[in-house]
Design a protein around this ligand. Sequence first.
Ligand code: P53
Length: 478
Amino acid sequence: MTKNGLPNNFLWGGAVAAHQLEGGWNKGGKGVSVADVMTAGRHGVPRQITDGVIEGFNYPNHEAIDFYSRYKGDIKLFAEMGFKCFRTSIAWTRIFPNGDDKQPNEEGLQFYDQLFDELLKYGIEPVVTLSHFEMPYHLVKKYGGFRNRKCIDFFVKFSETVMNRYKDKVKYWMTFNEINNQADTSMDFASFTNSGIKYEEGENREQTMYQAALYELIASAKVVKLGKKINPKFQIGCMLAFVPVYPYSCHPDDVMFATEAMRNRWFFGDVHVHGEIPNYTKKYWERNGLNIEYTEEDEKILKEGTVDYIGFSYYMSKVVSTRQVEGSKPDGEFGYTVRNPYVKASDWDWQIDPVGLRYSLNVLYERYNLPLFIVENGLGARDVVEEDGSINDDYRIQYLKDHIVEMKKAVELDGVDLMGYTPWGCIDLVSAGTGEMEKRYGFIYVDKDNEGNGTLERRKKKSFHWYKHVIETNGEEL
Ligand code: P53
């Protein structure tokens, strides 16, 4: 058993997405994105998608936490924690407000120049997601989102523009955030945020989803190829929502069922990494009469544009059973899932499973043999500001500590090649799933509630000091 700690160049940091923290939704020439037409929901109440921005609705992303004008102060706090990297996305609509514009918006490009310069000033490496749930809404209205092959070109043009512009500032890129979320076709949220698609009454959702996903995978491959030409030093990854699916029992049917369920993750990763459509997917399409269009040229592109690393989010695991057992509940993705009796759950019902992170790192590494990057992990929780102004988020520290322990085992005991760890929402921001402010992940508290009231003042939580020490000791002292 060797124990040699994490590599010295391990990328400790934090992760966010432009639409969840920037605000300034109509500033600096920015266009309307899919996130700008989504209202606030809460646990059990889905966010509504309105037909454009309509007065009288609460759109939490419009202001978010106003990182757009406060980023300098926030980055200073990240630097104080010792961040080696910072993961954010480039809001597509700041660069191409409509998505199909001929020329990029210079003011938007300048904003990210300044943002990246500010990070680099502190030696913080930017890690950039190109598409994180913020497609231009105009592309939804005019082209039907990624139903339409034309969106490949729009995305490639956007990516080429920003990769060229920031070629000396950004080395780490990811193409589509959690591209596999849309595999759950029961969730209108997923198809809209991933692909700008609103399902129509009676349409075959799987047909639409697979077609859009394949267009995105082709777009991603084109961007990988292009990126390497722009700067051969670029590291370009994919981004998967990794939720390992366990069989409920040792009944062989449960084991096989879990294997099939996992294909909702593997399909996307397999195409990104192996550059071809897996046989199990082709068989599935055939069996279900799905007719997915692609050309020989597309197949060639997929092969040539495989990713350099696997970025993934990890929050929870799931359990499936072929039989209705006690504690089963309906699940859009898998028919029904079972509450895991061995793990706890968050207030939003996400099952907390640190060992599942080590398991995920192992299965991903065994399958792909590529460097891995945990680009999201964390606990959404309600925080309380004490009378003296302190925020004692011990539950968050515990969650992160337990996960880091397992992450280290994967590196030290299993030999997984891990690039870094960026906990989600390092500063409180708008929840993607629910639109709430009060589902908080941050080391930094932001004074704002679900209704949008608050001063937006920033405050260090207990976890801020804890995480600073973790980074200082390269994960040796938790
Ligand atoms: P929120 C579902 C399952 C796992 C991760 O999520 C997910 C989702 C979508 O809600 O999203 C990722 O804010 C996503 C982030 C998001 C974060 O997880 O719903 O990449 O944008 O904020 C946490 O608690």
